[in-house]
Design a protein around this ligand. Structure first.
Ligand SMILES: Cc1ncc(COP(=O)(O)O)c(C=O)c1O
Length: 400
């Protein structure tokens, strides 16, 4: 039977990393995968995480199972970080939270929850979106459609077409939004636009899902929750998929959470039981280590302060690289206005490079970029930025 199995296509992004690893050229630069790198091109363990891990190792007494939705103290810090400790929904216990293996796990549990409880709902994804979104929801059997998000002309948000599309979505459908640092475009709504979007979504009777994988990478830990909080109004319902892969640098520990904001504490208890059912038949209960780290850091004032500083360092480095890239492209005389790169937020930038240009960058210059023209700005360093700008200048061509 297994003889007939054909190889699966390579994952669009992780496949590129595999190709990068196999590339023998020493000058190669990887700007494809979504992993933060410091100015030396390394992805080190955060100091706050290292200290929390040491403490946890010393205090550990058991490796017994966690409850199906994970440790309750973890759920509490997750909710407080995202919504704010004093938020009415947190205080009134109307949020059901489960610790999931990464943000991907949160999205998959959300997909299974939606399919089980709202089998006729269509999920609306932004065009473009993170390429793994469709994979996850196809696997969960959730039907999907897309809504406009990116305005090519202005390299900005297509707010009017987006609102127009929302106004035509059938009530009872589900809409997925990126909480901040939209992947792949780097374009987020303004505070005012978030309000408009939230109003439009609820006026239409839609259930929003916010994918929140980069809290702290745009403007600040609190500031980046503005979109989420525009949705989390009294009585509002929503799903929130948190990931701590990037802002805690806990990529391989697989730590995230699904929180479902319900209209009442009773509804939250029923929803929690449905989430638990989905999890039990999927991975049974979450891995403990990553969640325990996040919990320890967020509960200890000194560790939390040092974590906040570390997040600020990552954010400022990325935003600094955005500025330097724009300056380096201008210095190379690359035609066009690239200042939009400094207005984008998070690790990614949609550069406008075409598929052919991306291919030339890889083949001729050993620079790896996702086919959509998305670059990981955090992969730029003071050492490689000149070479990247020179190569882009060569593939884009000089003015006549
Ligand atoms: C938009 C978005 N959502 C979710 C995730 C999930 O991250 P993880 O499963 O590694 O926590 C990512 C990671 O790249 C992402 O970019």
């Amino acid at each position: 039977m297994l003889e007939a199995i054909q190889p699966a296509p390579r994952d669009a992004i992780l496949g590129l990393t595999a190709a990068f690893r196999e590339d023998p050229r020493s000058e190669k630069i990887n700007l494809s995968v979504g992993v933060y790198q410091n100015e030396l091109g390394a992805t080190p363990t955060l100091e706050s995480v290292r200290i929390a891990e040491q403490r946890l190792a010393e205090a550990a007494t058991s490796k017994s199972y966690l409850p199906i939705p994970g440790a309750p103290e973890y759920a509490e810090v997750v909710q407080k970080l995202a919504f704010g400790a004093k938020h009415e929904a947190v205080q009134s216990s109307r949020i059901a939270t489960a610790h999931t293996p990464g943000g991907t796990g949160a999205l998959r549990v959300a997909g299974d929850f939606l399919k089980t409880n709202f089998p006729n709902a269509t999920l609306w994804l932004s065009d473009p979106t993170w390429p793994n979104h469709p994979n996850i929801f196809v696997a969960a059997g959730v039907p999907m459609k897309s809504y406009p998000y990116f305005d090519k002309e202005s390299n900005g948000l297509a707010i009017e077409p987006m609102l127009e599309a929302i106004s035509k979505m059938p009530a009872g459908d589900v809409i997925l939004l990126h909480g901040c640092c939209h992947n792949p475009t780097g374009i987020d709504p303004t505070a005012e636009q978030w309000k408009q979007i939230a109003e439009a979504v609820y006026a239409q009777g839609l259930l929003p899902v916010l994918d929140f994988a980069y809290q702290g990478f745009a403007d600040g830990i609190e500031e980046d929750a503005a979109g989420l909080r525009a949705f989390a109004q009294p009585e509002a319902e929503l799903l929130l998929c948190s990931s701590f892969s990037k802002n805690f640098g806990l990529y391989r520990e697989r730590v995230g959470a699904l929180s479902i904001v319900c209209p009442s504490a009773d509804a939250a208890s029923a929803v929690q039981s449905q989430m638990n059912r989905v999890i039990r038949s999927n991975y049974s209960n979450p891995p403990a280590h990553g969640g325990a780290i996040v919990n320890s850091v967020l509960r200890d004032d000194a560790l939390r302060a040092s974590w906040e500083k570390e997040v600020a360092t990552m954010r400022e480095r990325i935003n600094g690289m955005r500025q330097q890239l724009v300056e380096a492209l201008a210095a190379q005389g690359v035609p066009g206005d690239y200042s939009f790169i400094t207005r984008q937020r998070g690790m990614f930038s949609f550069t406008g490079l075409t598929k052919d240009q991306v291919e030339t960058l890889r083949e001729k210059h050993a620079i790896y970029i996702v086919g959509s023209g998305r670059i990981n700005v955090a992969g730029l360093t003071p050492t490689n930025i000149e070479r990247v700008a020179e190569a882009i200048s060569e593939v884009v061509g000089q003015p006549a």
